[in-house]
Design a binder for this molecule. Structure first.
Ligand SMILES: Nc1nc2c([nH]c(=O)n2[C@H]2C[C@H](O)[C@@H](COP(=O)(O)OP(=O)(O)OP(=O)(O)O)O2)c(=O)[nH]1
Length: 133
């Protein structure tokens, strides 16, 4: 049976209505696609605490995680991912790539110009839809 993992991802918006996008590197599983930074939820952790921990580890900054804005389950070849996208705001520091190949602030309405991890596509579509309304 395939492993099922719960993953949290941060939709971080700046004052210019740009969203932080992160490119998965060659060394990561699912390489060379864009995602919202985050990672797997550990046992006993709530979604907000998991996201705050993952962002500090991955991007070296502190965030406050807010509401869940989108949840989607996607079946990959080897794993089933339930992706929870949460609003988040930076409270201290600047995001810096350590594991990712690149970070990019992109206006919401341009998000679909990137190649996203398949599990992220519904969340990206709804962010773009909300931005153009
Ligand atoms: N962090 C994050 N992971 C995502 C997103 N979309 C998506 O499909 N994923 C997948 C990729 C991975 O299979 C899983 C998250 O794992 P992870 O970020 O902890 O890192 P990983 O797979 O590189 O870790 P590892 O098990 O290979 O050590 O969820 C997303 O927007 N953010």
């Amino acid at each position: 049976m395939k492993k099922h993992v719960n993953v949290v991802a941060a939709v971080i918006e700046n004052e210019q209505n740009e969203v932080l996008c992160a490119l998965r590197s060659h060394e990561m599983s699912l390489p060379n696609v864009w995602e919202f930074a985050g990672g797997k939820v550990e046992q006993g952790e709530d979604l907000q605490a998991a996201l705050e921990r993952e962002i500090e580890e991955e991007l070296g900054c502190l965030i406050q995680a807010g509401d869940v804005i989108h949840t989607n389950t996607h079946e990959y070849e080897k794993v089933i991912v339930t992706l929870h996208c949460l609003h988040a705001t930076i409270t201290k520091g600047e995001p810096t790539a350590s594991e990712h190949a690149k970070l990019l602030w992109l206006p919401k309405r341009q998000l679909e110009s990137l190649q996203w991890a398949p599990a992220d596509v519904p969340a990206v579509e709804s962010l773009v839809k909300a931005a153009v309304l």
